[in-house]
Design a protein around this ligand. Structure first.
Ligand code: DQA
Length: 144
């Protein structure tokens, strides 16, 4: 059994209610239930969400040296565009991180075009709605 951790950053606790025209009307609970069903024979999928930069960094440190963990699917929300500290944490850990975004950040405001974390992630998936999380998991499973 593979082990995947999905991490969501700020405001993503409001998925399903937050700007549904951009992020859709499905909540993360339903998304996770679908993912856990889909990968029930392949991968255990753990989940962590925080609105706090330091809590995200703490969690990356906690799991990031665990060789039993296949990797991390990270939607860092707006910290994607601002957080050198998050980028440093991803660079520091050993487990692979796939950056995901629900929306196509490149078709949105210019400030969302820059990612602080892309250079230290294995790759980036953006623009596929909640399916971006599944694609991130697929990428991690394909890497091993
Ligand atoms: C997001 C895109 C970010 O620009 C934004 O701040 C988010 C969500 C996405 O999943 O599309 O909070 O990461």
């Amino acid at each position: 059994m593979k082990r995947i951790l999905v991490i969501n950053g700020p405001n993503l606790n409001l998925l399903g209610r937050r700007e549904p025209g951009i992020y859709g009307s499905t909540g993360m609970d339903d998304c996770l239930a679908d993912l856990r069903m889909r990968y029930r024979d392949t991968a255990e999928i753990a989940y962590f969400q925080s609105n706090h930069e330091g809590a995200l960094i703490d969690r990356l440190h906690e799991v990031g040296f665990d060789s039993a963990l296949t990797g991390i699917v990270l939607n860092a929300g707006a910290y994607t565009h601002t957080s050198l500290a998050l980028a440093d944490a991803i660079a520091a850990i050993e487990r692979p991180v796939v950056e995901v975004h629900i929306s196509n950040v490149h078709s949105r405001e210019e400030i969302r075009h820059r990612s602080m974390i892309s250079p230290v992630c294995k790759g980036v998936i953006a623009g596929f709605g909640l399916d971006s999380y599944r694609l991130g998991i697929e990428a991690l499973l394909a890497m091993e």
